[in-house]
Design a protein around this ligand. Sequence first.
Ligand SMILES: NC(=O)c1ccc[n+]([C@@H]2O[C@H](COP(=O)([O-])OP(=O)(O)OC[C@H]3O[C@@H](n4cnc5c(N)ncnc54)[C@H](O)[C@@H]3O)[C@@H](O)[C@H]2O)c1
Length: 261
Amino acid sequence: MIKVGIIGANGKMGAQVVKTVLDDNEMELVLAVDKTDVGKIVAKNVVIEDDLSSALDKTDVDIVVDFTTPKVIEQNIKIYQEKNIKAVIGTTGLKKETIDEIEKKSKEKNLGIIIAPNFSLGAVLMMKFSQMAAKYFSNAEIIEFHHNQKHDAPSGTAIKTAQMMIKNNDNFKSGNCDEVETIAGSRGGNYQENGLGNIQIHSLRMPGFVASQEVIFGSDGQTLKIRHDSINRECYMSGVKLAINYLYKNNTFVYGLENIL
Ligand SMILES: NC(=O)c1ccc[n+]([C@@H]2O[C@H](COP(=O)([O-])OP(=O)(O)OC[C@H]3O[C@@H](n4cnc5c(N)ncnc54)[C@H](O)[C@@H]3O)[C@@H](O)[C@H]2O)c1
């Protein structure tokens, strides 16, 4: 049995992971941490605790799954790496430099960690197809749509998509003429890596959405749209289980679910 701890267990994603782990015959829920509903029983002998560090000290856990918030994720990962605990990170909002630091430490310590901005198979395919299409188009922009409780913008998925597209085309045109923005931000945010890339990202936030993304490519006389919609949070669970199982057997650093499919 894989002993799993869930951090952010009371949140929209965390609660779904609690259910998934409880329903899985090869996993055991041994720890649940959240800042809300402390003391709530989520399984036999498992109550919600609020102090991550002390909860980890007193629990024998193989892997933690973190779905908390961009504000605390950097600190949480520091704790996992200090305490030599393997972690599946679903929380988004990590900067590239921070991910590079985490990778360095993971390799130094030979301690596995998976950071995946999106655990749904369809979204991973959408990213891969966008990476393929990037080679053939001069222009590309990303529109991502999320519920209005999401803290970070743009989404981790949009950033990861842009990073994958840039591997195949690091010189997109963001406009073909001298543009003037009469309302600041109308053209979205411009994603670049070391001055390369140039992909506009637009973030919508409103009730009704779970998570959707559209990658739109253009060149003379044609456009191509690649779109993915998450209808509910169950779509992420097979990816979360895959990550837990992979990490149980491996000690590697992984950024993006596509690397372990
Ligand atoms: N990787 C993916 O596939 C994927 C999919 C959906 C959402 N997300 C990301 O997952 C994260 C969580 O999303 P959500 O919709 O469940 O958010 P949410 O706000 O519903 O849940 C976050 C939970 O974390 C708890 N929390 C906050 N600080 C904490 C701390 N220091 N220790 C313990 N718990 C703490 C909150 O109390 C809350 O219950 C976000 O960053 C979101 O973007 C990732």
